[in-house]
Design a binder for this molecule. Structure first.
Ligand code: ADP
Ligand code: MG
Length: 325
């Protein structure tokens, strides 16, 4: 668990770059810090591994103030991936991945084995890549090596600062998917910085939206889309983004709760859904039973209806996003 408690940062005593920020990140969560360029994301992240020292406030990892840990030791146990990759150009892929384990004097045979595992885990065949140099790799392959290197010492925490921002959209999407797989497999805590709302929504368990060094909202992607805390968030995420994220829609979001003949709907033998039934289920039921109307029922009471026209207009809106449903 990472806790930032009333953390502020000023450079040279001037403007507050990070302003009294508090944030709790649980073990195994993937938390995204998102906000416009210059809002303080990188500075916030760098305070967690003490590349920057907080001007005030406290940062704790697993309950312990990070000031009580030597900064070098702290960093060796926190993986760090940045946009510019930062691989050593004169070292091979294998040597790059083994840098930190060698510094911490791990057994060379174990390092070699682990390096191969990590390469495979990040989607690179070890026999093809182990002995190559960074300049012989594409941007996406370099970033995979960057991720493998960050995991090399088996840290509990991995910090990632716009790691995929320089990649083309297809490669970027692949790396996002693989990061999600890694998180599922490894249960590490990831703190991920991006200025891209789509990326934040796709990968975050939780998202902290930052403006001027302050957290405007810290919640799940679904809640941020459906219940933006203020106008800034609403503008930042965009009004229509929820409709482009159909996997987050539920019966509640598309039902008509003001339907004229609600009382007359006989639920007994009918197919019905609950308010939190995902849109994908609603669509499946609609298709299977060829229904013109689906009641939304909560504890025996009809609270709304989903009508065929509303389903059709919704589909029209979210196509091509609806193919997978
Ligand atoms: N070392 C530094 N010295 C002075 N100002 C800095 C330094 N690092 C960052 N800043 C300023 O702090 C603000 C936040 O920067 P940063 O955390 O990099 O934002 P982000 O990552 O959200 O783009 C910016 O105005 C930036 O110019
Ligand atoms: Mg930054």
């Amino acid at each position: 668990m990472i806790q930032l408690i009333d953390v502020s940062k000023t450079f040279n005593g001037k403007d507050m770059v990070v302003d009294n920020l508090s944030l709790e990140i649980k073990q195994g969560e993937l938390v995204v810090l998102v906000g416009e360029s210059g809002c303080g994301k990188t500075t916030t992240m760098k305070m967690i591994n003490r590349l920057e020292e907080a001007s005030s406030g406290t940062i704790k990892i697993n309950g312990k103030d990070i000031k009580e840990t030597n900064a070098i030791d702290l960093r060796r146990n926190i993986g760090y991936v940045i946009q510019q990759v930062g691989l050593f150009p004169h070292l091979t892929v294998g040597q790059n991945i083994g840098v930190v384990p060698r510094l911490t004097k791990n057994d060379p045979a174990k390092i070699a084995k682990r390096t191969i595992e990590l390469l495979e885990m990040t989607g690179l065949k070890h026999e093809d890549y182990l002995n190559r140099y960074p300049k012989e790799l594409s941007g996406g392959q370099q970033q995979r090596v960057g991720v493998a290197r960050a995991l090399a010492n088996n840290p509990d925490i991995v910090l990632m600062d716009e790691p995929f921002s320089a990649l083309d959209p297809i490669t970027r999407c692949q790396l996002q998917d693989e990061l999600l797989n890694l998180q599922k497999e490894l249960h590490k805590t990831f703190v991920f910085v991006t200025h891209d709302v789509d990326e934040a929504i796709k990968i975050g368990d939780k998202i902290a939206v930052i403006q001027d060094g302050r957290i405007m909202q810290y919640d799940t992607p679904e809640t941020i889309l459906k219940k933006p805390a203020n106008q800034f968030i609403q503008n930042f995420v965009g009004q229509d983004r929820l409709w482009k994220t159909p996997e987050m829609l539920r019966a509640l979001d598309i039902m008509d709760d003001n339907y004229d003949n609600m009382k007359a709907i006989e639920v007994k033998d009918m197919v019905f859904v609950q308010p939190d039934t995902p849109l994908s289920e609603v669509l499946k039921l609609h298709e299977k039973h060829n229904l013109s109307i689906i009641p939304v029922v909560e504890q025996g009471v009809t609270v709304g209806v989903i009508t065929e026209p509303s389903i059709l207009s919704l589909l029209a809106e979210i196509i091509p996003g609806s193919e997978g449903l």
